[in-house]
Design a protein around this ligand. Structure first.
Ligand code: 5RP
Length: 219
């Protein structure tokens, strides 16, 4: 099965977790786009929707959904999103699409976080995928120096501005053996808005698409 079909089948499996009357948070990326395309099939079940990016909001609106503001919704039922890597503790690297800050906020506000990936993203140790960090533009210098001290290689995402008006730096060459510690440490650098490690905010349920179907892993 190719990657697109695996992503489509995990997105379909995630729909089973949406129960009547639920408020649903929608992440960002190609896997979630499959979910958004299928959501109209269960429109009647959904109470309200919140979204993690302008891109997902546009797609949801194209499919006839009204997107609510998180501040009006508060805590809500279920957040569904993809990831760039997951380990077996369901700790994640996210932010390949640059929406990590809003994604972390939506994951935190949800009672349940369901992550949908294909099997190529399940890893023993996080870090092969370059770790995205959203930063304030004026902090570029200080953050570069900090990353080099960690033996990481900072690569700026040229021409990319986040939905929050900030920049993204991708750190190459890290082996993240203690995701909780590294998340806290990078988040403490002045000028960092969010690091793309979701360890404190790991997924509750991971749905992994492989050649045989979709595997469910629970935390
Ligand atoms: C966006 C993300 C995405 O969830 C992540 O990049 C996975 O994307 P895709 O489903 O396209 O592989 O974190 O900021």
């Amino acid at each position: 099965m190719d990657a697109s079909n695996k992503k489509r089948s995990t997105a379909k499996a995630a729909m089973e977790f949406i129960k009547p009357g639920m408020t649903v948070g929608i992440g960002t990326g190609s896997t979630v786009n499959f979910l958004i395309e299928m959501l109209p099939e269960i429109r009647k079940k959904i109470n309200r929707i919140v979204s993690s990016s302008k891109a997902s909001t546009s797609l949801l609106e194209m499919h006839g959904f009204t997107v609510s503001n998180l501040n009006e919704v508060g805590e809500y039922d279920i957040y569904i999103d993809g990831a760039d890597e997951s380990n077996n503790k369901l700790q994640l690297i996210k932010g390949g699409g640059g929406a990590l800050t809003r994604e972390k906020i939506l994951a935190c506000a949800a009672h349940k976080f369901i992550c949908i990936i294909d099997d190529t993203k399940l890893v023993e140790t996080l870090g092969n995928f370059p770790l995205p960090i959203e930063i304030l533009p004026m902090a570029k210098g200080i953050i570069s120096r900090y990353i080099l001290k960690m033996n990481g290689q900072p690569v700026w995402r040229e021409g990319f501005i986040t939905d929050n008006g900030n920049h993204i730096v991708d750190i190459h060459g890290l082996q993240i053996s203690n995701p909780l510690e590294m998340e806290a440490s990078i988040n403490s650098i002045p000028g960092v808005v969010t690091v793309g490690i979701f360890a404190n905010q790991a997924a509750d349920i991971l749905l992994v698409g492989d050649d045989n179907g979709v595997k469910e892993i629970r935390n």
